[in-house]
Design a protein around this ligand. Structure first.
Ligand SMILES: N[C@@H](CCC(=O)N[C@@H](CS)C(=O)NCC(=O)O)C(=O)O
Length: 276
């Protein structure tokens, strides 16, 4: 692993690291904020999965999460959203290929050799963190924005017991019924829709639910709201009677101005679960 940068930040350290990823078969970069408490021993972890077009950097510099993570003594992980490199397949569209890995393990060409983001986030990166940093993987929570909200919700529900809490900012909520979903799931997983079920938060909510608290915010002025389909997930939550708080935030759009506005509340929500 290579340290690309380390900066003092709210009493802790904001680092950026690169490592050779086995699952993605390329070098991967991630951001990690460690609060001051990490110098005394392992601290709980909040994963932040980013949205379309993002790298590890967008949320790290724009979500304003470190201040609140420092207050609660929680580490923040900012993974990249796709494999990278000259030999990695890509597409001209911003919502497929690099920057748009959709947090799945691709089975189709030309994506399968590198686009293994599910395994990267759920298996490989946790081991990298465990070996290299003072993080306590028995206390993990997960959040994300848009495509990353989709990743956070699907991972939380598919891996019972892994995460104490899950939240999302403007998540893609029902990708099997949206053009932010059908296009990518067809490309990465193939046309057989039975293979898509584990990557749809609404379907997973109907089938599994989540054994813990759920918090979801979406802006009423989100320019992508028809693609996000928050109402489908709301219906699944209601019919399951899942413990959850869903909020439509008046006037807010899809941007990091929206994410950063509600970050303090999401951090407090996860701190409650991580320190329960
Ligand atoms: N049309 C937009 C769609 C992509 C978009 O809005 N991405 C969101 C996540 S879905 C984002 O976080 N973009 C990067 C940023 O705001 O820093 C674009 O081409 O950039």
């Amino acid at each position: 692993m290579e340290t690309l940068s380390e900066n003092a930040c709210f009493g802790g350290t904001q680092g950026v690291y690169s490592h050779a990823s086995q699952s993605c078969a390329c070098d991967m970069t991630f951001g990690l904020f460690l609060p001051r408490e990490a110098s005394d021993g392992p601290v709980p972890v909040l994963w932040y999965l980013s949205g379309l077009t993002c790298t590890h950097e967008n949320a790290m510099v724009k979500a304003g999460a470190q201040a609140w993570a420092a207050e609660h003594g929680i580490a923040l992980v900012f993974p990249d959203t796709s494999p990278r490199g000259d030999d990695v397949a890509d597409d001209e569209a911003y919502d497929l290929g690099k920057g748009a890995g959709f947090y799945v393990n691709a089975t189709q060409d030309p994506w399968a050799p590198h686009y293994q983001m599910w395994t990267y986030i759920t298996e490989e990166l946790p081991k990298v963190l465990d070996h290299g940093f003072a993080v306590d993987l028995s206390r993990q929570a997960i959040t994300g924005h848009s495509m990353g909200g989709h990743g956070a919700l699907t991972m939380a529900m598919a891996l019972p017991g892994r995460f104490k809490s899950v939240s999302a900012f403007a998540p893609i909520s029902h990708p099997t019924a949206s053009e932010w979903g059908r296009k990518q799931l067809t490309a990465y997983l193939g046309a057989d829709e039975s293979k898509w079920i584990g990557h749809d938060a609404t379907l997973l909510m109907q089938e599994n639910g989540f054994d813990g608290p759920v918090l979801i915010d979406t802006g009423t002025q989100d320019q992508f709201i028809d693609l996000l389909n928050p109402e489908a997930l709301a219906q699944a939550i209601a019919s399951r009677r899942q413990q959850a708080t869903l909020r439509m935030q008046p006037g807010y759009d899809h941007s990091y101005f929206f994410v950063s506005t509600f970050m303090e509340e999401h951090m407090a929500f996860h701190a409650d679960a991580l320190y329960a």
